[in-house]
Design a protein around this ligand. Structure first.
Ligand code: UAG
Ligand code: ATP
Ligand code: API
Ligand code: MG
Length: 482
């Protein structure tokens, strides 16, 4: 693509050199640059992309986009100076990959918990309707039926636009994506045209990155502030920040709630370990999901599908066919009658919700044993609260290791134990080896009891000092219980 064409969506401050050259690739990482590429320098949290401009040119970059012009320029290279690289990168990337979101309906989901669940269920619902659909999520990305493994919740702007481009080229009419707070703050979604946005909830997480809850809230809100006029914003009235999110949006605002009057109103009529009976806008439906929070997630899916033009009745039929998402309230039952649930709950709020959902079904007829840890090099403040909530809502707690990353597992465990009082400690043991922790939980469990293994959900690895070792909670449980 001609460089001049590539720059059509941005307003450079200054250009040095010709824009009449063909660009064969766009990059933000010098390590990935090849001949004929445009290298875009971004300031990061670890380093400054501007420092890699010479390397990028050595590797074949013929154009450079930057905030600061280098002191010496190369006559064979075109330099494009912009005010805000983060903002420009998304727009250039989306132009390079054919402006994919103008060819399909893209819906983004943001919030602390429920993004993967809602995005995945929307993807499944629209595939059920017979469309080709794309999905961008923490577990795996999909270009219709083709899985594309992922490391992020929302990929970097180049990967993101390449994926969306492949979706559009494969004929996808809809795409559903998770929009993480990091991706909003870093403008990874800049340049994308959203048909709609969904807000789930806001509770504490990622304070290592955002520093304060207020910054975290602002990041999420920006997604709705930037939503175009013809798009919809669907927000959760049951979250105290639901209406804050949509305060300044130009888009059409709709609400969903399990409690108050709203555009999409739901109610849990019955719940069992097999599923729930729900009422959505005065229609009854049976689903294979457990827990009030999943009723809320399904209601968001229902609302979004209706706002995308589907008939309420058709959406309800689709919802009744859906299965839980991998690692989200994923349950197995042993021959001895012990239920084990693997869940990705890695925030205090998610743990409370999952444990309450378990109690809602157990009704005091069995004990709850929770195995839980917290990730290393992430929000430390959530650790004691996660332990405290686990102790409050479980009969036994086994504190263990999650992904320690570059921290010592025992240090993380100690941070968690610090949240417990004397009574809590009586029912708590700590076993750093996650395999042993799960084994111990299985040994302690009696028929009728429930074991919750929280924090890692679908993850099939444990990340220790930069190395991912194979580890799968569900696999471990199956090996012991069967
Ligand atoms: C803290 C954070 O979010 N970092 C993200 C950020 O990187 P960064 O700002 O640290 O980049 P940097 O390393 O300082 O480098 C600056 C620039 O120099 C470039 N560079 C660097 C080295 C080099 O040799 N050459 C070069 O060109 C880099 O490509 C980059 O453009 O921008 C990168 C590109 O978009 C991301 O890949 C990277 O994600 C890191 C790996 C990460 O772990 N992020 C996590 C925390 C994250 O984003 N999580 C969220 C949410 C998860 C959730 O909600 O559960 C997610 O969406 O996944
Ligand atoms: N609506 C909800 N409200 C509260 N907790 C929820 C909700 N939906 C799911 N959860 C809990 O949060 C966990 C993570 O759910 P999910 O993966 O859908 O969220 P996410 O927002 O994608 O998380 P991440 O930011 O890590 O990608 C689930 O395993 C469940 O325990
Ligand atoms: N994507 C989230 C979830 C982490 C899940 C947990 N298993 C951990 O490693 O902390 C994060 O990076 O904060
Ligand atoms: Mg997710």
């Amino acid at each position: 693509m001609k460089l001049s064409e590539l720059l059509k969506a941005i307003q450079p401050v200054q250009i040095i050199g010709s824009t009449e050259k063909d660009i064969t690739g766009v990059n933000i990482d010098s390590r990935l640059v090849a001949a004929g590429h445009l290298f875009m320098a971004m300031r990061g949290t670890q380093t400054d992309g501007h420092a890699y401009i010479p390397t990028a040119i050595e590797k074949g970059a013929i154009a450079v986009l930057c905030e600061d012009m280098p002191e010496e320029t190369n006559p064979d290279v075109t330099y494009i100076q912009v005010k805000d690289s983060e903002n420009a990168v998304g727009k250039v990337a989306t132009t390079f990959y054919g402006d994919p979101t103008s060819k399909m309906e893209l819906v983004g989901v943001t919030g602390t918990n429920g993004k993967t669940t809602i995005a995945t269920l929307l993807y499944n619902t629209f595939r059920y309707f017979g469309y080709k659909v794309g999905l961008i999520s923490t577990v795996c990305n999909y270009i219709d039926d083709r899985p594309v493994p992922t490391e992020h919740t929302t990929p970097d702007p180049i990967t993101l636009n390449r994926l969306l481009g492949e979706m559009a080229d494969s004929g996808c009419k809809y795409a559903f994506m998770e929009v993480s707070s990091h991706s909003i703050a870093q403008q990874r979604i800049s340049g994308l045209k959203f048909a709609g946005g969904i807000f789930t909830n806001l509770t504490r997480d990622h304070l290592d990155y955002h520093k304060t809850v207020e910054n975290y809230l602002k990041a999420k809100k920006k997604f709705f502030d930037d939503m175009p006029k013809n798009a919809f914003s669907l927000t959760n009235l049951d979250d105290k920040n639901g209406l804050v999110m949509t305060q300044n949006t130009r888009s059409r605002v709709y609400t969903y709630s399990l409690r108050s009057l709203s555009d999409f109103k739901g109610k849990v009529l019955e719940s069992h370990f097999e599923g729930m009976l729900l009422d959505f806008n005065n229609h009854e439906l049976a689903v294979r999901f457990i827990g009030k929070f999943n009723a809320s997630n399904l209601l968001a899916v229902f609302g979004a599908a209706v706002l995308l033009g589907k008939k309420e009745e058709d959406v309800l039929v689709a919802l009744s066919t859906l299965h839980p998402v991998a690692g989200r309230f994923d349950s197995i039952r042993s021959p001895k009658g012990i239920t084990a649930i693997v869940d990705y709950a890695h925030t205090p709020d998610a743990l409370v919700n999952v444990l309450n959902a378990i109690h809602g079904v157990l009704e005091g007829k069995g004990k709850v044993i929770t195995v839980v840890g917290a990730g290393g090099n992430r929000d430390k403040g959530k650790r004691p609260i996660m332990a405290k909530e686990s102790a409050r809502l479980s009969d036994r707690v086994i504190i263990t290791s999650d992904n320690p990353r570059f921290e010592e597992p025992q240090d993380i465990i100690n941070d968690m134990l610090a949240g417990l009082d004397k009574d809590d400690l009586q029912k708590t043991i700590s076993i750093a080896d996650r395999k042993e922790a799960i084994k111990t939980a299985c040994m302690l469990a009696q028929p009728g009891d429930v074991i919750l293994v929280a924090g890692k959900g679908h993850e099939n690895y444990q990340e220790i000092k930069g190395v991912k070792h194979h580890f799968d909670d569900k696999e471990e449980l199956k090996a012991i219980m069967f």
